[in-house]
Design a binder for this molecule. Structure first.
Ligand code: NDP
Length: 252
């Protein structure tokens, strides 16, 4: 475990001019998570990110943390609380795939994806609500996937983990609404990141045929919806699943 600020000035949130809530984005060192961290910092928040490998991204307070470890999660929150106060906006974004057909999927292929994507979201949410309940306000935003609703051949582990996030978030919405804490899910479609780059050109072309908008999303297009859900304008939205998928899931 370590806590450090990536090189350069901290992005946003430090001037005191706008809102400066304590935000945590898990898996915020690259891809969709980094885009979310940048959007929220631009909105004026103090944004911490967790990273698992490499170093913290430029300009953010980064804490090394594997979301499959409760000890890592607890220690990461301790460092973030000391740096910028209790987490008021949590974005549970860290996720992974281990695609293969069910007939040859090992139990570890299944359980490791569930442990990262779903139980990881449980670990960070459980730790975050402590402070949110005390403050009587908070935002929990879980990054799921269109695949959680539509299913996807070769991704039964991933789809199960992402569908589980919906029931989890909706239960939190019911449990925590009276404390002024909202819990929502963003369900991206196909987004240009390392996760999808691995699939190759042919698969990309095939997937685009199923996207009414006919193109792949940028990470920023997902991040802007997260930014909205974290904003005051979304104060009355909880238990929602917001698709950001170019029409792929037709609103599920
Ligand atoms: P990337 O593969 O680019 O990044 C994944 C991030 O999650 C990295 O920061 C990675 O850290 C982190 N991570 C993975 N496992 C762990 C772990 N055990 N503990 C802590 N951090 C971990 O993925 P994307 O940016 O594409 O995806 C971000 C989220 O969006 C995921 O939840 C994904 O399922 C979801 N999503 C993505 C879509 C897409 O098309 N790309 C579509 C729909 C949903 P590290 O750098 O250390 O590996």
């Amino acid at each position: 475990m370590s806590g450090e600020t990536g090189g350069g000035d901290r992005a946003g949130g430090q001037s005191g001019s706008v809102q400066s809530r304590s935000v945590l984005v898990t898996g915020g060192n690259r891809g969709i998570g980094l885009a979310i961290a940048r959007q929220l910092a631009a909105a004026g928040d103090s944004v911490a990110v967790t990273y698992r490998s490499g170093g913290p991204p430029e300009g953010f307070f980064g804490v090394k943390c594997d979301v499959t470890s409760s000890e890592d999660v607890d220690a990461a929150f301790g460092k973030i609380e000391a740096e910028q106060g209790p987490v008021e906006v949590l974005v549970a974004n860290a996720g992974m795939t281990k695609d293969t057909l069910l007939a040859i999927m090992s139990e570890d292929d299944f359980s490791s994806v569930l442990d990262t994507n779903l139980t990881g979201a449980f670990r960070v949410s459980k730790r975050a609500v402590k402070g949110m309940m005390r403050k009587r306000k908070g935002r929990i935003i879980l990054v799921s996937s269109v695949v959680g609703m539509l299913g996807s051949g070769g991704q039964s582990n991933y789809a199960a983990s992402k569908a589980g996030m919906v029931g989890f978030a909706r239960s939190l919405a019911r449990e925590l609404g009276s404390r002024n804490i909202t819990a929502n899910v963003v369900a991206p479609g196909f987004v240009e990141t390392d996760m999808t780059a691995a699939l190759g050109e042919d698969r990309h072309a095939e997937i685009k045929k199923h996207i009414p908008l006919g193109r792949i999303a940028t990470a920023d297009e997902i991040a802007k919806v997260v930014r909205f859900l974290a904003s005051d304008d979304a104060a009355y939205i909880t238990g929602a699943v917001i698709p950001v998928d170019g029409g792929m899931g037709m609103g599920h």
